[in-house]
Design a protein around this ligand. Structure first.
Ligand code: HEM
Length: 264
């Protein structure tokens, strides 16, 4: 570890592991319920366990990405994190929102939209929290003496992760439109944005672990970004078809989805 402030990442990873463990607990509760052992039903009904299982997955993933960014960015751009205090505040706020949401699910306070069950007032808090995170990371890069392709791709991925949470908050009375926007969040995240974050993390690890020239690795990173956009954005079409949009989306979505593994 080159910079003291990178230590923040440790707590993000610890929270990440804790949330993953909790997700597994809810997974077992559901597994047993499926087998007929549903003794906890009055306290943890199946729908609450399922919403918790799915949303904990999103939360630990976010905590992991954030921890990775707090570790990688200082080393990539050669300076300490903009504010360690605010990074800790941001982590605590994330945990508070997450715990409130999980408790809320057990009292039927949820939106019933898979992966985005978090109730609307808490959505706003998630947005504030993620913007704070983006501000800290963006500020660190802006004030740094150098900028690398890896750090910029990571930052752009994280920024898009924040922006693409917003379509899920568009209010509509139509089930179809709601499904459309929900898919924007879920699909653009997994097939458009995660690859940028994953690609940048992979690039950092390969440079550190193998000693291969940064230029070579980062050239491939550009190719990953290109393939991700080419395949991911149109690949979303297979979901469009199933919510009632015209038939051509099936072929467009099918062909471009099939190209998605190329980025990996
Ligand atoms: C011991 C570990 C786990 C157990 C026992 C478990 C159990 C379950 C069960 C029983 C369901 C079905 C719920 C239903 O019938 O509606 C489920 C759904 C799901 N699980 Fe797990 N799970 C585990 C780990 C994980 C992990 C590690 C992940 C992801 C990283 C994950 C992601 C999911 C997702 C996304 C669904 C929802 C699938 C859908 O409805 O489309 N699970 N899990």
């Amino acid at each position: 570890m080159k910079y003291q402030s990178q230590r923040v990442a440790y707590w993000f990873f610890a929270v990440c592991m804790l949330l993953l463990s909790l997700q597994l607990v809810f997974g077992f509760i559901m597994g047993f319920a499926h087998m007929g052992y549903d003794g906890l039903h009055s306290v943890i009904p199946f729908n609450a366990a399922r919403a918790s299982h799915n949303n904990l997955l999103v939360m630990w993933l976010l905590a992991g990405f954030m921890g990775a960014a707090y570790y990688i960015i200082p080393e990539e751009v050669d300076r300490e994190i903009l504010s360690v205090k605010w990074a800790y505040i941001q982590l605590v706020a994330l945990v508070v929102v997450g715990v409130t949401a999980i408790i809320g699910f057990h009292f039927n306070w949820w939106e019933g939209r898979k992966f985005l069950e978090i109730p609307r007032p808490l959505d706003y808090l998630v947005v504030v929290d993620v913007l704070l995170f983006i501000g800290i990371i963006g500020g660190t890069i802006l004030k740094a003496p150098k900028k690398t392709t890896t750090s910029l791709v990571l930052f752009f991925g994280l920024l898009m992760m924040a922006l693409l949470y917003l379509p899920g908050m568009i209010n509509t009375d139509s089930q179809t439109h709601d499904s459309y926007w929900r898919w924007w969040v879920v699909h653009m995240w997994v097939e458009g944005v995660w690859e940028l974050i994953m690609g940048a993390i992979l690039s950092f690890l390969l440079i550190k672990l193998t000693g291969v020239d940064r230029e070579i690795i980062e050239k491939w990173l550009y190719i990953i970004v290109g393939f991700t956009f080419l395949s991911g954005i149109l690949g979303i079409g297979h979901h469009y078809y199933y919510i009632g949009t015209p038939k051509y989306w099936l072929i467009v979505g099918g062909v471009f989805s099939a190209l998605e593994p190329i980025a990996f």
